[in-house]
Design a protein around this ligand. Sequence first.
Ligand SMILES: Cc1ncc(COP(=O)(O)O)c(C=O)c1O
Length: 354
Amino acid sequence: MQTADGSFDLKRLIRPNILGLTPYRSARDDFKSGLLLDANENSFGSALGDHELNRYPDPRQEKLRSLVATFRNVQPDQVFLGVGSDEPIDLLIRIFCRPGSDRIIITPPTYGMYKVSANINDVGVDEAPLNPDFSIDADNIRSRSGDLQKILFLCSPNNPTANNLDRSRITEIITSFKGIVVVDEAYIDFSSAESMLTELNRFPNLVVLQTMSKSFGLAAIRLGMAFASSGIIDIMNRVKAPYNVNNLTAAAAIEAIKDVGVMKRHIRDIHNERIRLAGELVLITGVQKIFPSDANFLLVRINNAQDVYRRLAGMGIIVRYRGDQIHCDNCLRITVGTPDENSRLISALKEVLE
Ligand SMILES: Cc1ncc(COP(=O)(O)O)c(C=O)c1O
């Protein structure tokens, strides 16, 4: 949505009921310290004995937000924190898409939650598939873009194809797309490409998603982030459940971000294992192709992939069958494991295929 002078008009893009929303004000929005008898908490303490846990968390997540902002080199008011990346995906759809009329665009093969979230919210989905080499089909996206298409979801590195999308093509699309462009960077820390976060101040319609689930190895704490203009982040914070990020999650995330040494070591180890795994897989009879990867998994084309998938599962080795997705016929998606796990996978595959 552009104004007459061609500039981006966020307010016109937001659903009117959301724009006019008076957000819930929680007790902790007003006072955080003192004699706290305002929130019907348990004044005698938590059942676990840790006094802090009887209090509701900070709804504005100030401490963690400023730490994440410093870590990713953005401003705190450009950071939204949510329950995994799945929460900001759902929130963005709810904020920008009117159920029953507005639509999103996705670029299959890609992460499945964009479509699921749209379906849950009764928002239509238009597909502009990637090219067979998994690059963006910009013409197709352009031809599907209209006034109803409020959000375009791109994923880079993309799941399940593992490749980076071309940066200059992404920026071209952000420039021409009238709605919000979400670039999901769940796997960015494994990638050789630079994050789109550096473009945040240039594009008012850009939202970048990241997560603690992958490079930080903290899938269990459920912490995802959205980075965008302060205007978009402000609306997301108004719509989110007041206490969406709990204290245990915040404490774990703060600890992990304060010392990123382990995370960096894991990234290096995963890189090394990805190279070894790809090198060994390609030698196995029946493995047709290992697609280049900038993530912590490999997309592998293999003879009779569905049968291989079932037989591996029968041996207790679980990978993901992706052969039902466009351009991914006979493909398995294999997460890079530890050296021992990868060796077990390789022997099992040899047993099944050779
Ligand atoms: C591209 C992509 N985005 C988001 C997610 C989900 O991340 P989270 O655990 O933060 O919800 C995944 C998980 O596999 C993913 O592949």
